[in-house]
Design a protein around this ligand. Structure first.
Ligand code: ADP
Ligand code: ZN
Length: 681
């Protein structure tokens, strides 16, 4: 069996593993039960696809996402791997083809929708098919508390027992409860070998902005990234529609997506997004799991996500190809109120709701962070690091001030009014503004009345928002969202601790600032990159596949920079595997150089391998000897496929050489060829 490194190179076109992949591949290959927690875009699929090719027999892949399965099958086929899928999206012909490949024992990977496990015969059939292991993608779908729960996932344990093979489960969901549920349900409680891969996605730029004319903020963010594929997440369905049309009015290619749309309409958005370059989808979180597009260049949140995990997952859809990507998350007091009340009104048990408040707090802490966002985010996942240099707070450090006095004044306003009021009324009291409501309740007589005149209303709003962000004040759903002090605030009230607040968000909004976009390639290479993209689009349309199935953005970017001039050089580009090199290499070389010298197909197959260089040297020697040693004999040459065979088989004696070349040719070239081959070994 070929080694992992060779397959990685030849089939997938990668030079090496990404962090974590190597160990997981090895464990899966060794037949261990494995649970791998990897961030989206970390390169999960390789961790089961590669062992599937290394192990004899068939690998079953269970995935909840039909579009993703079809994409992966297509990608594998492009790379020359026998793979198939059984999903409800199949045509009858596709299904027949899968069954006959199964019968003939040709199939290496079979993707199965979980629903398939419910049909009686499948387990029997798979038993006969010689399954070597089961890979479970999106393994958190077994979690009954998760949003992605799939009842049919509960059948996977049964499948594992029936086939008696190891299971490799993959998910991007980190929290320990979900992990435990996976262990219980997929592995009968026996802990598998667990891999927790780093959560950093260093190519994703992180940024938050307090809401301040939020629509303008989103439009300006999108305007600075015109022509790039992006997602805008919104809290409500109605907003997806209005924001999408606002974007269209500004000349963007944008459409909306939410769970209330007809299935057909949703599918059409999904497939447009996969295929088109530069489409913006404005969506609720319903647009998520099935999005497997690697070249999403940005993700914006028009509203605050519900938890730090959700945030991480949503921004994680950007830049899965490893090229630079940008994110921006808007948040404000209304978001906090909404998210709190959603948790409080949910039907989950009390301890679950507490945990959910905790996850929201973690996200708010990130939103109000004073130093490097990435450090703050990663520390939540238990990782440490130094300031990243690729987040808004590293770009422009915030100004902070000692907010202890301001916070104590605000708390006192809340407490002295019985914790029955929201921020607006409390700010009126602090500013000494004798509104009707203030006078009617006698709040202008409070000692707190007018003690906060050092700030204006806007500044106080920022203080209250940050207090909610630090969970010092929480809206109480039973009091119509009135702000109540939490235990966390007590030490501040007692003067036992101090708190730093950010100043910048108080004064000027940063909505108009246009962050500089990191581009894929330098200005100089940009025209070539667009030419390569145009070629890719044409090939993708001809083959009716998404563009990134041919080559992803990163691979094209590398091509534009390295400008390979031969197929061998082209083979050195990351993402160019043997099959794709053969299929598309010349098309792209032609774009780069304008034209390509004719290369014999037998030689083309050797591109990027040692045998390619050998072939060239053999050809050279052959040309020298074509009229014999002294240049007077009858011209003679070997066929290209004979040379290729020699270069690959490297015979080391004349007898074997003769078997490939025949007597006459061996007589003329044999000795010289043997020298070439010996030199090379
Ligand atoms: P996920 O973990 O989200 O399932 P994928 O398996 O889709 O991620 O991989 C994300 C991207 O990373 C893909 O474009 C894939 O081609 C690329 N990738 C995976 N492994 C490697 C590697 N070893 N070297 C370079 N690119 C890789
Ligand atoms: Zn940073």
């Amino acid at each position: 069996m070929d080694s992992a490194a060779t397959l990685l190179r030849d089939i997938f076109g990668f030079d090496g593993f990404r962090p974590g992949q190597g160990e997981i591949v090895e464990a899966v290959h060794d037949g261990k039960n494995v649970l791998a927690i990897m961030p989206t875009g970390g390169g999960k699929s390789l961790c089961f696809q590669l062992p599937a090719l290394m192990r004899p027999g068939l690998t079953i892949v269970i995935s909840p996402l039909i579009a993703l399965m079809r994409d992966q099958v297509r990608g594998l086929r492009e790379a020359g791997v026998e793979a198939g899928a059984l999903t409800s999206g199949n045509t009858p012909e596709e299904t027949d083809a899968v069954w006959s490949a199964l019968d003939e024992g040709r199939l290496k990977l079979l993707y199965l929708a979980p629903e398939r496990l419910a049909s009686g015969g499948i387990i029997q059939t798979l038993r006969r098919a010689g399954v070597s292991f089961i890979a479970v993608d999106e393994a958190h779908c077994v979690s009954q508390w998760g949003h992605d729960f799939r009842p049919d996932y509960l059948r996977i344990g049964e499948l594992r027992r029936a086939l008696g093979v190891p299971v490799a489960a993959f998910t991007a969901t980190a929290d320990s409860e979900t992990r435990q549920e996976i262990v219980d349900r997929l592995f009968d409680g026996n802990p598998p070998e667990t891999f927790l891969r780093g959560f950093d996605r260093p190519n994703i730029h992180l940024a938050f902005q307090p809401k301040d004319r939020p629509r303008a903020q989103i439009l300006s963010f999108a305007a600075a990234r015109k022509g790039q594929s992006g997602i805008v997440y919104c809290g409500t369905r109605a907003k997806t529609e209005s924001l999408a049309s606002a974007l269209r009015e500004e000349g963007h290619n944008a459409c909306h997506y939410h769970g209330g749309m007809e299935a057909d309409d949703r599918r059409s958005v999904e497939s447009r997004f996969a295929r088109e370059d530069g489409l913006i989808v404005v969506a609720t979180v319903a647009f998520g799991m099935g999005v497997d597009k690697p070249d999403i260049r940005w993700v914006a949140h028009a509203d605050l996500p519900k938890s730090i995990e959700a945030y991480y997952q949503e921004i994680g859809r950007a830049g899965r190809d490893g090229a630079p990507a940008e994110t921006m998350t808007l948040f404000g007091p209304d978001d906090i109120r909404l998210r709190r009340s959603q948790i409080d009104e949910s039907l989950a048990p009390a301890e679950r709701r507490d945990a959910d408040h905790g996850r929201l707090n973690a996200l708010l802490g990130l939103a109000e962070a004073l130093t490097c966002r990435r450090q703050t985010l990663l520390s939540y996942f238990g990782e440490s690091g130094s300031p990243c240099g690729y987040c808004d707070l590293c770009d422009a450090p915030v100004e902070t001030f000692d907010g202890t006095q301001a916070v104590r004044k605000a708390l006192s306003a809340a407490l002295r009014t019985g914790e029955w009021f929201g921020a607006g009324h409390l700010i009126d009291i602090l500013l000494g503004s004798a509104t009707e409501k203030v006078r009617a309740r006698g709040h202008d007589d409070l000692p707190t009345f007018g003690v906060g005149r050092e700030f204006d209303r806007r500044a106080w709003q920022a203080v209250f928002r940050q207090m909610m962000g630090h969970d010092l004040l929480r809206p109480d759903p039973e009091r119509h969202g009135a702000l109540r002090m939490t235990e966390a605030a007590r030490p501040l009230l007692r003067d036992e601790t101090t708190i730093k607040l950010r100043r910048d968000t108080i004064s000027k909004a940063s909505a108009t600032r246009r962050p500089t976009v990191k581009t894929l390639v330098s200005e100089e290479d940009a025209p070539l990159l667009s030419a390569l993209k145009a070629k890719r689009r044409a090939l993708a349309e001809a083959a009716a596949v998404p563009a990134y199935i041919i080559f992803n953005d990163r691979t094209l970017g590398e091509m534009a920079e390295a400008r390979p001039s031969t197929l061998d050089d082209m083979a050195g580009i990351s993402g160019v595997g043997a099959k794709k090199l053969e299929r598309y290499g010349r098309d792209f070389l032609a774009v780069i150089s304008g034209e390509v010298a004719e290369v014999h197909p037998a030689r083309r197959k050797l591109a990027g391998k040692d045998a390619g260089g050998l072939y060239d040297r053999l050809l050279e020697v052959q040309t020298q000897l074509s009229r014999g040693d002294c240049g007077t004999q009858k011209p003679m040459s070997c066929s290209a496929s004979q040379l290729a065979k020699l270069a690959e088989a490297r015979p080391d004696d004349l007898g074997r050489m003769t078997r490939i070349l025949g007597d006459r040719r061996a007589e003329r070239f044999g000795a010289a060829f043997l020298d070439v081959l010996r030199e090379a070994s």
